[in-house]
Structure formats: C-alpha cells, structure tokens
Design a binder for this molecule. Structure first.
Ligand code: AP5
Length: 213
C-alpha cells in the first residue's frame, strides 16, 4: 500500500502515520524527520536545510526530492510506505509520480487531514520533542508519563525551533501557497480522501482506518 498524508502543519500527519505503521506493517517516511536527523548529524544536507527549517520555509525541491527518492528505493519500502510531509509542492508530486511510474507502483491513497488554524496553533505550541529523536508529545493532549521527560530515555523534552509563533505563521503560509494546490492535484486523480482531523487521537485514527477498510 502506498499512501500519502497531506495536511497543514500540526494536523496530525506524523502522529497518525506512526500509528498506521503498527497496524499495516509498512514504514512511515517523514521528510521532516529525515531532515532533522541530517541537521542533528551535521551533514552537508543538514547544514543547508537548517536555516530554511528554523524559519519555517520549505527546503528547496532539489534537496528534498533526492532525499525522498533515495529513501523509497530501500528494501523496506518494497511492500509500500506512508509518506508524511511529502510531497509539498507540485514539482515534488510530479517527481514522485514519475519515479513510481517507472516501477509501475503508483500512489494508491491520499489522506487529506482538514483542520482549522486555531486548533493547529494550540497543537504546535504545546508540542514537546525528545532531543535524541525518541518521539514527541503534547503538554495537554498527549503528555509523557513523567512531566516534560522523554518516556524512553528520560531526558528533558524540548520545543522544536520551528514551533515558535513566527515560524508557525511562515509554515502556514507555505502550506497555503505551495501545498494546498496538491489537494486538487490528487482529487483530479481520484485518490483523495478528506477527513476532519478534529477529535482525539483514537477518533482520528478510526476515521483513517475506515478509508482503508
Ligand atoms: P515537518 O516535520 O513535516 O513539519 P510539518 O508538516 O509542519 O508537520 P508537523 O510535524 O508540525 O505536524 P504534523 O501534521 O505531523 O502533526 P503532528 O502529528 O506532529 O517539516 C518540518 C520542516 O521541514 C518544514 O517546515 C520544512 O522546512 C521541512 N520540510 C519537510 N518536508 C519537506 C518537503 N517535502 N519539502 C520542503 N521542505 C520540507 O502533531 C502535532 C502536535 O499535535 C503533536 O504534539 C501531537 O501530539 C498533537 N496532536 C496530533 N493529533 C492530535 C489530536 N487528534 N488531538 C490533539 N492533539 C493532537
């Protein structure tokens, strides 16, 4: 199964995609996570991407497309994948389509998470992440077992640099300008399933699972 999760920042793409990994046995691929890993490892890609990400701007297509295409060629993607945060521009969508066409393995489902801006701002401002990449929580909606500590390593949780108000605004603008047009792109291909992403984590998972059944 080859699935794309579309939606504005904070709509729950990452949280829900990770839940599907367990139930469907295919990897979740988040370009945001791959880029943050490159920043943490201080690779040339990470150094180039860091400024764009902190400010809330999209990383240039040429970098992200190469990163994603390399990732989906790995053996664990043979049975499919869930893309979370890619594509985000028309150029990225076309590059993906082209690459999958060569293998005759097109995208099968696009899940579009719809949510209003007020809710996503609250979700993003309250998000806390493990500095060692062990996961993320929300101070109110999905708190860790011990306040402000990673459930896995116990280190203090931190706020993502791009979860500050100004970066959130820039990310929302980038979404409206560059990513929202993909809704029509996939609707025209008959692949789009839009769900209301309001509700608790289990309720949203339920709505997504109904698409697959
Ligand atoms: P990325 O990491 O992909 O950030 P994003 O798209 O802005 O998405 P988020 O991770 O903020 O939100 P999400 O929808 O995954 O929500 P989540 O599940 O985490 O990208 C970061 C940056 O990398 C970009 O700005 C860009 O610079 C660069 N980048 C990445 N991909 C790129 C690409 N393809 N092209 C160019 N540049 C790219 O949930 C958010 C919070 O809400 C969490 O705390 C969660 O616990 C909580 N929550 C989730 N669901 C619920 C719920 N139902 N109820 C209550 N709380 C909830």
């Amino acid at each position: 199964m080859r699935v794309i999760f579309l939606g504005p920042p904070g709509s729950g793409k990452g949280t829900q995609a990770k839940r599907l990994v367990a139930s469907h046995g295919i990897p979740q691929i988040s370009t945001g996570d791959l880029l943050r890993e490159a920043v943490r490892d201080d690779t040339p890609l990470g150094r180039e991407a860091n400024g764009y990400m902190t400010a809330g701007n999209l990383v240039p297509d040429r970098l992200v497309i190469a990163l994603l295409l390399e990732r989906i060629r790995r053996p664990d993607c043979g049975g499919g994948f869930i893309l979370d945060g890619f594509p985000r521009t028309l150029a990225q969508a076309e590059a993906l389509e082209e690459a999958l066409k060569e293998k005759a393995q097109p995208v099968e489902v696009v899940v579009n998470l719809e949510i209003d801006t007020g809710e996503v701002v609250e979700r993003l401002i309250g998000r806390r992440v493990c500095p060692n990449g062990h996961g993320e929580w929300h101070i109110r909606f999905n708190p860790p077992k011990e306040a402000n500590r990673c459930d896995r390593c116990g280190d203090p949780l931190i706020q993502r640099e791009d979860d500050q108000e100004e970066s959130i605004r820039t990310r929302m603008e980038a979404y409206s300008r560059d990513t929202k047009p993909l809704i029509d792109y996939y609707r025209n291909q008959g692949l789009l399933h839009t769900i209301d992403a309001l509700g608790n984590l289990d309720q949203v998972t339920g709505k997504i699972e109904r698409i697959f059944s």
